[in-house]
Design a protein around this ligand. Structure first.
Ligand SMILES: NC(=O)c1ccc[n+]([C@@H]2O[C@H](COP(=O)([O-])OP(=O)(O)OC[C@H]3O[C@@H](n4cnc5c(N)ncnc54)[C@H](O)[C@@H]3O)[C@@H](O)[C@H]2O)c1
Length: 297
């Protein structure tokens, strides 16, 4: 039989503030969904402009949600009230139950940042990075308590995408893993648990499919549109791998393929010549107006 009284007693601890470090593309979204889930949020960015922009984007997302009938006006107001800008990292993490870092994808920056977090955050805070490609074990080097550190890999746009990869490094503790899963669910997300390995689960699979589709264009197996339809209509993918590559950016995909080829050390992720050629020609997908498709917007 479950003990509801002890569940109630543990409630305040679970509603402890969330500190989000970095208010850019990912950070503002993570702050938003945390506040919508009822958590007080401290949002920090060393750039005052980025911090302001992040809060503006949260307001715009919530307004749009209200206009579409997906967000209740009270929920919008409550979420906005719960988010507080923090001028310093120390102020942001001082009372945090969960710290999520969404700073630029640079190893040294993240290592330095988490050493500062470890000094300033409560001892029982869960520490998470939103890295999309760096090794969790490597970021944790130099931490006194790596057992409470893990990856929480959200997807862009955070307030829309359901998936969170809960990535455990070699020294991540079982408790941190469970807390990561519970926290993702609390935010209304669907967590999957992944061991720290290159590309985690999502990039590794997504890139493998995308590269094979490019090789099929190279070999003239079918047109990009027909290859995409094979997956959209035959496998119910919401979007085919080539259209997705155009949206993500061919240069971004090439970078990840090179990284996976290096780290996983086999031919599966060797970048196709066609991909390299298109990137060299500036055909980067939607952002440059041309990739496997022509884009007018
Ligand atoms: N953009 C995506 O689609 C995506 C998806 C999943 C994961 N990620 C990962 O999320 C992280 C953030 O990416 P992003 O796209 O939001 O980047 P971004 O450039 O949009 O935002 C990064 C923010 O971090 C701030 N920042 C710089 N130094 C900082 C510091 N010391 N402390 C706190 N903030 C600092 C910057 O001012 C900037 O506002 C990266 O690790 C990235 O790999 C990105």
């Amino acid at each position: 039989m479950s003990d509801t009284s002890s569940q109630n007693r543990s409630q305040p601890a679970r509603r402890a503030p969330v500190a989000v470090l970095g208010a850019g593309t990912m950070g503002h979204g993570i702050a938003q969904v945390s506040a919508q889930a009822g958590r007080p949020v401290m949002l920090h960015d060393p750039s005052a402009e980025a911090l302001e922009n992040g809060i503006r984007r949260i307001r715009a997302n919530l307004e749009k949600g209200v206009a579409l009938g997906k967000v209740d006006p009270d929920e919008r107001d409550g979420a906005l009230e719960r988010i507080r800008p923090a001028d310093t990292l120390q102020e942001a993490v001082a009372g945090a139950g969960v710290v999520i870092e969404a700073a630029p994808e640079r190893m040294e920056l993240k290592r330095t940042l988490f050493r500062q977090v470890e000094e300033a955050a409560p001892e029982d805070a869960l520490l998470a990075t939103n890295t999309s490609s760096l090794s969790i074990g490597d970021i944790a080097q130099g931490l006194d308590h790596p057992e409470r550190f893990l990856g929480l890999h959200f997807f862009n746009p955070v307030h829309i995408m359901a998936l969170v990869e809960v990535v455990h490094g070699p020294r991540t503790g079982e408790e941190a893993r469970e807390r990561g899963v519970a926290f993702a669910r609390e935010l209304g997300k669907e967590p999957i648990v992944v061991r720290d390995s290159p590309g985690f689960a999502s990039s590794r699979l997504g890139v493998a499919l995308g590269l094979e589709a490019i090789r099929m264009v190279e070999e003239d197996v079918a047109s990009p549109r027909d290859i995409d339809q094979a997956m959209e209509l035959g496998y119910r993918h919401p979007m085919g791998p080539l259209r997705l590559t155009d949206l993500i950016g061919l240069d971004v995909r090439l970078g990840i393929a090179e990284y996976l080829h290096e780290t996983l050390g086999d031919g599966r992720f060797r970048p196709p010549e066609l991909l390299k050629k298109m990137v060299a020609e500036g055909k980067l997908g939607r952002k440059s107006g041309e990739g496997f498709y022509h884009w007018d917007d």
